[in-house]
Design a protein around this ligand. Structure first.
Ligand SMILES: Cc1cc2nc3c(=O)[nH]c(=O)nc-3n(C[C@H](O)[C@H](O)[C@H](O)COP(=O)(O)OP(=O)(O)OC[C@H]3O[C@@H](n4cnc5c(N)ncnc54)[C@H](O)[C@@H]3O)c2cc1C
Length: 197
């Protein structure tokens, strides 16, 4: 099973959030229902740590919400697809405004991405963001490893988020590094790794 499909709501705000934690998870006393699914927490990330990401005095806020791929696929291409996205960002905006009073007036841009947006941009199955979900079936593969060669196809090696359970940038980088080490071994060449400065 791949990582759960999700929606991403991004808000361009005229606030910096400097000095505030990069990622805050709000535990909700009363769960909110989004696309028929109850959500008990909402995590908000801001990007004030990187001034190159927004003009001075501004930043982006990002909220990820687990969301069913099949639902979005069913309504894709219909007006409902757009209105459902706006409804979700509206619900999140209400919450943001409660946690950061007045923020509604400082929001300059709203972008909604659905699992279909992820699929369109990444080509990943059902818009998964990181490859295989870590479950009791996939966890042992972290030790055993997923085959990275194809029988009968010499000098072909696969690395990346679909060959390492869990995916993500660090694991993908490790995947490439480990494969280079194996190739060096096959070629009787020393493997040397350096850390970027
Ligand atoms: C919105 C989003 C947010 C994320 N946030 C994080 C995060 O905060 N931290 C984190 O660690 N991970 C994050 N991830 C996951 C992380 O980005 C991926 O796990 C990682 O980039 C996967 O690397 P990869 O090299 O396996 O695949 P990719 O980065 O998808 O690279 C595959 C490459 O192959 C190319 N390609 C495809 N087909 C062909 C072809 N036929 N011929 C030639 N080239 C081809 C593609 O163009 C692409 O450049 C996020 C993912 C998404 C989608």
């Amino acid at each position: 099973m791949a990582i759960h499909s999700q929606m991403q709501l991004s808000f361009g705000v005229r606030r910096t959030f400097a000095g505030e934690a990069h990622w805050v998870t709000h535990l909700l006393d009363t769960p909110i229902t989004i696309m028929d699914e109850p959500h008990h927490e909402i995590g908000i990330q801001h990007y004030a740590f990187d001034s190159s990401l927004a003009p001075a005095g501004k930043t982006a806020l990002v909220v990820f919400i687990r969301s069913d791929y099949a639902y979005w696929q069913r309504i894709y291409g219909r007006r409902l697809y757009d209105s459902e996205q706006r409804q979700v960002s509206g619900i999140v905006l209400e919450l943001l405004d409660a946690w950061h009073p007045g923020i509604r007036d400082d929001i300059e841009f709203v972008d909604e991405a659905t699992p279909l947006s992820y699929e369109r941009y990444t080509g990943n199955w059902q818009g998964a963001s990181c490859g295989w979900l870590l479950t009791k079936d996939t966890l042992p593969l972290m030790i055993k490893g997923i085959p990275k060669r194809l029988p009968g196809l010499e000098k072909f090696y696969m690395v990346g988020q679909w060959t390492e359970p869990g995916g993500s940038v660090p694991i993908v980088a490790m995947s490439g590094r480990n494969m280079i080490q194996e190739i060096c071994h096959e070629d009787y060449r020393p493997f040397v790794a350096t850390t970027p400065l």
